[in-house]
Design a protein around this ligand. Sequence first.
Ligand code: ADP
Ligand code: MG
Length: 357
Amino acid sequence: MKKDRNYKIIAAIGLMLVTGMLTGCAKFFPMEKDEASETADSCSREIFAMDTVMTVTTYGDNAEEAVEAAEVEINRLDALFSVGNADSDIARLNADKSALVSGETCELISRSKELYKSTEGALNIAVYPLMEAWGFTSGEYRVPEEDELVALLNCMDVDEISLDNNSGEVKLPQQMGIDLGAIAKGYTSSRLMDIFTSYNITSAIVSLGGNVQTLGVKTDGSKWRVAIEDPFSEDGQEYAGILEIQDQAVITSGAYERYFEQDGKRYHHILDPATGYPAENGLASVTIVSEDGTLADALSTALFVMGKDKALAYWQEHAEDFEVILIEDSGEMTISEGLEDYFSSEKEFTVVRRNQG
Ligand code: ADP
Ligand code: MG
């Protein structure tokens, strides 16, 4: 069985974001959208790219031009990073193991190398052959043999990717393949914020497959309200809490987003580079809040792989860069202290504080 709930979650969450509503969900979507498009100085568009549904909404003068530019940018970056498009920087690199790539691809690979180090390998863009082995790239799901996984794990040392920032030449070891899936949408939402700013837009929100990034505040001066999905929700319509944010990205990785089942066991799409198997450490979802969308995306994946204790230790070391919400399989919810005044939930949660000294 395959499940990809992104579609309806985005529709529902996108709606909540745009309208500030917290209930009602998808069935109200068309109505709300019509209302929005009747307002002269706002523009909202749904775009399908990067294998997911995206919603882009801008307010103010130039709203429509900015959304148009956002769509062009999304398609441009999709064409650059997509593993499935033979002409993309990443697909050429995977095929030839050596390629001249754009400055942006260099920049993202370089960032991924840094994060590989700082997360002690939890973020590993060389997962592509592993993703293939599990069938996540083709949809022909299977559980690979142990020795097959061991062989693949030996070709995942991201330090071995060589990068020449001047010429744009990237080289991979012969058996390696890369996949920017854990980080590309966050980079894209960050780029959209820059584009909006260049159009003098001061209020905008995007949801790229549930990955949200906001510019400024809502036109009434209040913060954006972003629903954090309940990972245990049967239909993806319930939320675990609400965050109020401005000028930030809110990005969630969860075991429930894409998976298949075999012999009663569930296998999801975030792989632990230490074992080759889907990460299984008691976490149901990780949400990262940061001004840096690329970082938020990378860390939502990496901290999900790390598990609760390591994730919180990583936050302690980098608390000036991001905040985090962890939801465990047990239902227990933990938020970092910087979110305390901005998070509300009907469920219980624990606030972790920064270590002194
Ligand atoms: P989503 O794309 O569903 O929002 P993530 O941001 O967590 O979720 O990215 C998951 C994707 O990242 C996978 O589909 C795969 O392409 C890639 N990936 C899986 N495991 C890892 C990992 N440990 N490090 C880096 N990339 C990974
Ligand atoms: Mg991610």
